[in-house]
Design a protein around this ligand. Structure first.
Ligand SMILES: NC(=O)C1=CN([C@@H]2O[C@H](COP(=O)(O)OP(=O)(O)OC[C@H]3O[C@@H](n4cnc5c(N)ncnc54)[C@H](OP(=O)(O)O)[C@@H]3O)[C@@H](O)[C@H]2O)[C@@H](O)CC1
Ligand SMILES: Nc1ncnc2c1ncn2[C@@H]1O[C@H](COP(=O)(O)OP(=O)(O)O)[C@@H](O)[C@H]1O
Length: 510
């Protein structure tokens, strides 16, 4: 399990280290430890990109604080390995003086001017070390850093970010318009929230041991499971199991207008776990043509027992759809509310008040707009926590999964983040696949035992089901894109769906 912490917790954890270094008369000891990790990973990147380290060119973008100091000490270490190192001081009047001396005495070149002053090799260096700003950064990159970063990115040089890519907010993960897109981010002791909230911008994240004690988890810690943990927890039928003990999920999806949603959602539920899937809606014939094992029912009232429900994909937004949601919530089983069900809830918020069992809402950004009446997109985790807390304060046992490249799940106490490492899942109908998978996991009950929780499953169980489904969904998208065209080619939701069994198998073996 990865855990990422807010800046305040990191500053607190670092304080004893800095104080010990100062007491020992070597105030930069921690910084040099950090910098030697940066140099190590920059050298590894140089080796993988150019076949060596000696004689390669390195540009340091040096800001006014300790992040710039790290970059300067890293430059000194790389100079010691034979690199040509040029430091661009973005604020020559505010620079870490001892680190600058270290670079100069190692033979590094120092420039202070604008873009024109860059020497030939430094216009397209073999690697750029981004020490513009780290934990104390706020807002987009300022000039002259923004112009420098843009020119080097255009030239195709790879970036190693020190601590965080500059222009990315450490706590919210907001990626501002002017920012560094890192190939590798080297951080110290423990992850910052942005590493899990803005992972596509951070590239590969390397954590260097600087002697820091891992901060305790708190309400602002962001969690991300390793796919192998999801694999270990994925439900597997045992010798005593039958179709009922593994949990039955009922799906209310599809309509004359959106018949495909029913097929995608119900088929995904079949693929996700063993046990049994029930279906209610106008799409029974199509569902049965795709998955004959699904048990169909004429109405919600006439549907047999289920341990969980999924309602919404392509299910319509009229009064009959709202009545079905009410009837499903009245059954007091864990329920996934997706797609059209979210639109119904947005226009009839009172419906949610009847929820007696946990509900999982799975909006994309536009649906979250409808639910909240507008939210602050520059701070996704806070907007999500606020909304979930508001529902819970009103007695609604809600967990919310906010979709995107980085999917967030929040149950009011814990924030989870899932980044599948590709964006192939951004395709119509893939959300229907996700909701079917989550529903099947919820039916399986706590700990994958298939035990009927009687609708009392905790927020934690619901959140875990949502996170686990999102992990497998992302793996399936990646696998489908690889399978259909070598290194990666566009997929549809049907391709993603067909890749679900292989993705489960892959994470179980991970
Ligand atoms: N603490 C430790 O134990 C260790 C810390 N370590 C390292 O220290 C780093 C934190 O250093 P730090 O606190 O000096 O701040 P840092 O991020 O360099 O910012 C400096 C100044 O930049 C400015 N600025 C803000 N936004 C900006 C923008 N968008 N574009 C341009 N400039 C901007 C702003 O000043 P302003 O101009 O607003 O007055 C800000 O005060 C940390 O990330 C890690 O690398 C490691 O050595 C390991 C041990
Ligand atoms: N840029 C992206 N990268 C990766 N996954 C994405 C991206 N955008 C959306 N997704 C994922 O694709 C799915 C889309 O769901 P949704 O918007 O509900 O689609 P639909 O309603 O067409 O089924 C979600 O699982 C979401 O997390």
């Amino acid at each position: 399990m990865l855990r990422a912490h807010p800046v305040e917790a990191i500053r607190t954890a670092e304080r004893p280290l800095i104080e010990a270094a100062e007491a020992a008369g070597d105030p930069d000891a921690v910084m040099r430890r950090a910098a030697s990790g940066v140099a190590h990973h920059a050298a590894a990147l140089l080796r993988s990109r150019t076949g060596g380290v000696y004689g390669r060119s390195v540009v340091l973008l040096v800001g006014s604080g300790d992040n710039g100091g790290d970059a300067l000490y890293a430059g000194a270490a790389l100079r010691g390995r034979g690199c040509r190192v040029e430091a661009v001081l973005l604020h020559p009047d505010r620079v870490h003086a001892r680190a600058l001396r270290a670079l100069r005495s190692a033979g590094g070149r120092v420039t202070t001017g604008g873009v024109d002053e860059v020497s030939g090799a430094a216009a397209t260096p073999d690697v750029v070390i981004d020490g513009v700003v780290g934990l104390a950064g706020s807002g987009p990159l300022r000039e002259p850093a923004a112009a420098r970063v843009a020119a080097l990115a255009r030239a195709g040089s790879p970036f190693v970010a020190v601590d965080l890519p500059s222009g990315v907010d450490a706590d919210t993960g907001t990626v501002h318009d002017a920012h560094v897109r890192a190939d590798v981010t080297v951080t110290f002791g423990t992850l910052r929230r942005a590493h899990l909230l803005a992972s596509p911008t951070c590239g590969r994240v390397e954590v260097v041991d600087i002697g820091l004690a891992e901060p305790a988890s708190g309400p602002l810690t962001v969690h991300r499971p390793d796919p192998s943990e999801v694999g270990r927890a994925w439900p597997v039928p045992g010798p005593e199991d039958d179709k009922y003990t593994q949990g039955v999920v009922a799906i209310r999806a599809g309509s004359g207008r959106f018949p495909g949603a029913a097929v995608l959602c119900a088929s995904a539920a079949v693929a996700a776990t063993s046990g049994m899937v029930r279906y209610v809606g106008s799409g029974a014939a199509d569902v049965l043509a795709a998955r004959p094992e699904v048990v169909c029912h004429p109405s919600v009232a006439e549907t047999g027992t289920a341990q969980s429900w999924v309602v919404g994909p392509g299910a319509g937004t009229g009064s009959a759809a709202v009545a079905d949601i009410e009837a499903i919530l009245a059954r007091a089983r864990p329920t996934v509310l997706d797609a059209d069900a979210l639109t119904c809830i947005a226009s009839h918020p009172v419906v949610l008040r009847s929820a007696r069992a946990p509900v999982l809402l799975t909006p994309h950004a536009g649906e979250f707009d409808r639910l909240t009446g507008g939210w602050d997109r520059s701070d996704r985790p806070s907007a999500l926590r606020r909304y979930v807390s508001d529902l819970r304060n009103r007695g609604i046992p809600a967990t919310v999964l906010l979709k995107g490249r980085v999917t967030l799940v929040d149950d009011g106490q814990t924030t989870w983040s899932v980044d599948p490492g590709s964006s192939w899942a951004a395709t119509a109908g893939s959300g229907d696949v996700l909701s079917g998978m989550v529903g099947a996991l919820l039916a399986n009950g706590p700990g994958g035992s298939g035990v009927d929780s009687g609708g009392t499953g905790s927020g934690g169980e619901v959140a875990w089901s949502a996170v686990a489904a999102a992990v497998v969904h992302g793996e399936a998208a990646r696998a489908a894109a690889r399978r259909t065209g070598g290194p990666g080619a566009p997929i549809g939701a049907g391709d993603l769906l067909r890749a679900v069994p292989a993705a489960i198998s892959a994470i179980r073996g991970a």
